[in-house]
Design a protein around this ligand. Structure first.
Ligand SMILES: [Zn+2]
Ligand SMILES: [Zn+2]
Length: 509
C-alpha cells in the first residue's frame, strides 16, 4: 500500500505540464473544482464509516463479517482517494499550482522560477481527504474495537487515532516524499548543481547515509516506549546472548491493541532497534514472543538489512543505466518529456514490487526458519520442551517443537489481525461479488507482497522437521538467488562503466 501511494505522490510532484483547468475556469475555478472533489470523497468516507457503525449496532454478533466488509470499504476508499487525486490534478489543480507559484523574472533571475517546495501545495488536497477520512473512519474503528471479543484496552481519542496513523505515514511515505521535494527544489534553485558527476556521486552517498541513519529516528517517529524490565525482557535478553546479537534497545509500540507485529531497524548494533506492538505482547505466550524475536534476529544474522540497502542502491544505478541505454539506442520509440518521466517512475515502482518483493519474501522465509531455530533444542524429533530443556546456542539447531512454537505464533498473528482469512465468507454472485472478490485479491497482494501470506509461510515451515536436508537445500537456494542477483546488478554496473565510463553511468540517475 505504502509503495503504491509513494509512486502516486512522486508522479504528482514531477515537473509535468498538467492540463489547463476545464472550461477555462481559471485558478479560482480550479480550486473550487478541487474543493468539490475533496468534499465528495469525504462524504463517501462518512457513508462507509456510518455503514459499519450501524451494522454493528444492529447485529454485534456478526462482528467478524462486518469487520471484513469494513476492511474492503477502507481499501476501496484508498483507491477512490487516489483516483480523486488524479482526477483533480488533470482537471486543472496541477496547472493552477504551477502557475500560482511561479514568480516573475524580477524576483528570481536566472533560476527556474517555479518556487522550491511548491509541490507540497499540489499534495494538499490529497492530505485533506486522507486525514479527513481518518477522522471519519475513527467512529467505525472505535465501534469495531469495542465489539472485539478479546480485551484490547481503551481505544484512541479521535486526535490520538489521527496522530497514530500520521506517524506511520511519516515513516513509510512522507519522509521519502519530503526528501524528494527538497531535492527537486534545490535542483530548480541551483540548476547547474548536477553538471558535475561528483555532485551526483555525493547525492548517491547522501542517499546511502539516509538509508543508514533514518532507522535511528524510528523510536521517535512512532513514539515507542522502552520495554519495561520484567519476565519478558529478561527472557529476550537471555535469548539475545544465546544468539549472540547486539542492539540498542527493545521497544514497545502502543497501537491501542490494533496491530500485532514486530520489526527490526538499523544496520549497525548501535543504531538497531527491535520493536514489538502492545497487542503482540499481550496475546502471545512467552515462548512465542521469543520465537518472534528470533525472526527479527534472523534478519540481522542473515544480513538482510545490508542486502536490502545494497540492492536498492545497485538497482537505482542499474535502472538509471538501462533508461540511458534505451534513450540513446538508435530508432528508439521511448516516450519523451512528461510521458518519459511518468514511465520512469512507474517502471521503477513495478520493478520494486516484483523483484524486491520476490527477494523480500525469500528473506522472510529465512527469518522464519531462524525464528524456529531460536526456540529449538538439539533433538530434531523431540516431542516437547520442559523447563530443563536447553536450547541450542546461536540458532544452530532445528527441532519439531521449535517449528511448532513459531508456527503457533504466526497463526496467532493471523488470527488477531484477521488480514487474509477467507473462512466462512459469504459468496456473492454477480458484478458486486466479482468486484469485491477482485478488490480482496488486490488487497491481499498489496498487503503480502513483502511477506507472503501466513498460510504459505506456515505450509513451508511444516515441511522442515524430519525432512532430509530440506533446510540446507532451502538455505542454499536462497543464498544462490541473493548472490546471483547481487552479482548481476553489480556486473551490469561494472560493464556499463567500463564500456561508457562511470560518468556516463551517473548521467542516467
Ligand atoms: Zn520479517
Ligand atoms: Zn526440541
Amino acid at each position: 500500500m505504502s509503495l503504491l501511494l509513494l509512486i502516486f505522490l512522486t508522479i504528482a510532484c514531477l515537473p509535468v505540464d498538467w492540463p489547463e483547468p476545464l472550461f477555462g475556469v481559471g485558478t479560482e475555478g480550479s480550486a473550487a473544482i478541487s474543493g468539490v472533489i475533496v468534499a465528495g470523497l469525504l462524504l463517501v468516507a462518512r457513508f462507509f464509516s456510518h455503514r459499519t457503525v450501524s451494522r454493528l449496532t444492529l447485529d454485534p454478533s456478526s462482528r467478524e463479517s462486518i469487520a471484513r466488509g469494513h476492511g474492503l470499504r477502507r481499501l476501496s476508499f484508498f483507491f477512490l482517494n487516489l483516483f480523486g487525486f488524479v482526477l483533480l490534478l488533470v482537471c486543472g489543480w496541477g496547472w493552477t499550482v504551477r502557475h500560482a507559484f511561479t514568480v516573475s523574472e524580477d524576483y528570481l533571475p536566472g533560476a527556474d522560477r517555479y518556487l522550491p517546495g511548491a509541490e507540497l501545495v499540489i499534495l494538499v488536497p490529497y492530505f485533506i481527504s486522507l486525514i479527513g477520512s481518518w477522522a471519519l473512519f475513527f467512529d467505525a474503528e472505535r465501534a469495531l474495537h469495542l465489539a472485539a471479543p478479546y480485551v484490547r484496552g481503551t481505544f484512541w481519542t479521535r486526535g490520538g487515532y489521527i496522530l497514530y496513523l500520521l506517524r506511520q505515514h511519516l515513516l513509510m511515505v512522507l519522509t521519502p516524499v519530503f526528501l524528494m521535494i527538497a531535492q527537486l527544489g534545490a535542483l530548480r534553485a541551483f540548476p547547474t548543481i548536477l553538471d558535475s558527476p561528483w555532485a551526483k556521486l555525493a547525492a548517491l552517498f547522501g542517499l546511502f547515509g539516509c538509508i543508514l541513519l533514518l532507522p535511528s529516528f524510528v523510536p521517535l517517529v512512532l513514539g515507542l516506549q522502552p520495554m519495561p524490565a520484567g519476565r519478558v525482557r529478561e527472557r529476550l535478553e537471555r535469548a539475545a546472548s544465546r544468539l549472540n546479537v547486539r542492539y540498542r534497545g527493545l521497544h514497545i509500540w502502543d497501537t491501542r491493541g490494533n496491530l500485532a507485529t514486530a520489526m527490526v531497524t538499523g544496520l549497525f548494533p548501535r543504531l538497531r532497534h527491535i520493536v514489538f506492538t502492545d497487542l503482540l505482547l499481550s496475546t502471545m505466550s512467552d515462548d512465542e514472543i521469543e520465537a518472534v524475536f528470533g525472526h527479527e534476529v534472523g534478519h540481522v544474522k542473515h544480513g538482510h538489512l545490508f542486502y536490502y540497502a545494497a540492492f536498492l542502491m545497485l538497482s537505482f544505478l542499474t535502472l538509471g543505466a538501462a533508461y540511458r541505454a534505451v534513450e540513446m539506442a538508435p530508432g528508439t520509440t521511448m516516450p519523451t518529456g512528461d510521458a518519459a518521466l511518468v514511465v520512469t517512475v512507474l517502471t521503477t515502482g513495478i520493478y520494486l514490487f516484483v523483484v524486491f518483493g520476490f527477494i523480500s519474501r525469500k528473506c522472510e522465509r529465512q527469518a522464519d526458519v531462524f525464528g524456529c531455530k531460536t526456540v529449538s533444542c538439539s533433538d530434531p524429533d523431540c516431542i516437547g520442551h520442559g523447563p530443563e530443556t536447553s536450547l541450542v546456542a546461536k540458532g544452530r539447531g532445528l527441532c519439531r517443537t521449535g517449528v511448532g512454537i513459531f508456527v503457533r505464533a504466526l497463526e496467532r498473528v493471523e488470527e488477531i489481525n484477521g488480514q487474509t482469512r477467507e473462512a466462512d465468507r459469504i459468496e456473492r454472485r454477480g458484478p458486486i461479488g466479482w468486484f469485491s472478490g477482485a478488490l480482496r485479491f488486490v488487497g491481499i497482494s498489496l498487503a503480502t507482497w513483502q511477506h507472503s501470506t501466513i498460510a504459505k509461510r506456515v505450509a513451508f515451515l511444516k515441511t522442515l522437521p524430519g525432512s532430509n536436508g530440506g533446510e540446507q537445500r532451502f538455505q542454499f537456494q536462497v543464498t544462490l538467488l541473493r548472490w546471483g542477483l547481487f552479482l548481476f546488478l553489480a556486473g551490469s554496473i561494472l560493464a556499463v562503466s567500463l564500456w561508457k565510463g562511470w560518468r556516463n553511468l551517473l548521467e542516467g540517475v
